[in-house]
Design a binder for this molecule. Sequence first.
Ligand SMILES: [Fe+2]
Ligand SMILES: [Fe+2]
Length: 193
Amino acid sequence: MEKQVTSRENAYELLKEFNKSDSLIKHGLAVEAVMLHFAELFSEKDVEKWGVIGLLHDLDYEMYPEQHCTKAREILTERNWPEDYIHAVECHGWKSCTDVKPEEKMEKILYTIDELTGLITATVLMRPSKSVLDLEVKSVKKKWKTKGFAAGVNRDIIEEGANLLNMDIDYIIDESIKGMQKRAEIIGLKGEL
Ligand SMILES: [Fe+2]
Ligand SMILES: [Fe+2]
């Protein structure tokens, strides 16, 4: 039986075809976990779709960093992915690597939580426990305010995303942590607890 193009299985194979870096694969898995959590939270019809888009959002980054977002469109088009998936992947890089703006709720969530999962991961890895399981919002907020900490994480993007969504940042951080907790082991943030 032919595999469905947009299946999670196919998406994961595609991610591994284009990415050899463990940290990039884990980043994809972390974003997937948070996307799945928000889709469930909002009682979305196609929860898997949210997850798959999270998983694939940085598909082209390892091999084509200079063409990030543009190259992903090319790859996914060649492989017959539907336009709504491609658009969602592409617009996560709004203003940094593409002019395509997040329009759908799913796209706005992806845009907001992409950098945020990076900040949460960096915060967890600084903890003695190396675990996300007992991480609190206030620890992430503290690191948010420390400018030199995880300097590559663009806090302005997270804020802009929260504005697009008209949602409170603390709420988004809290729910993102919960999403990552559900898949702590897979994303390598279970620690020794
Ligand atoms: Fe990206
Ligand atoms: Fe990303």
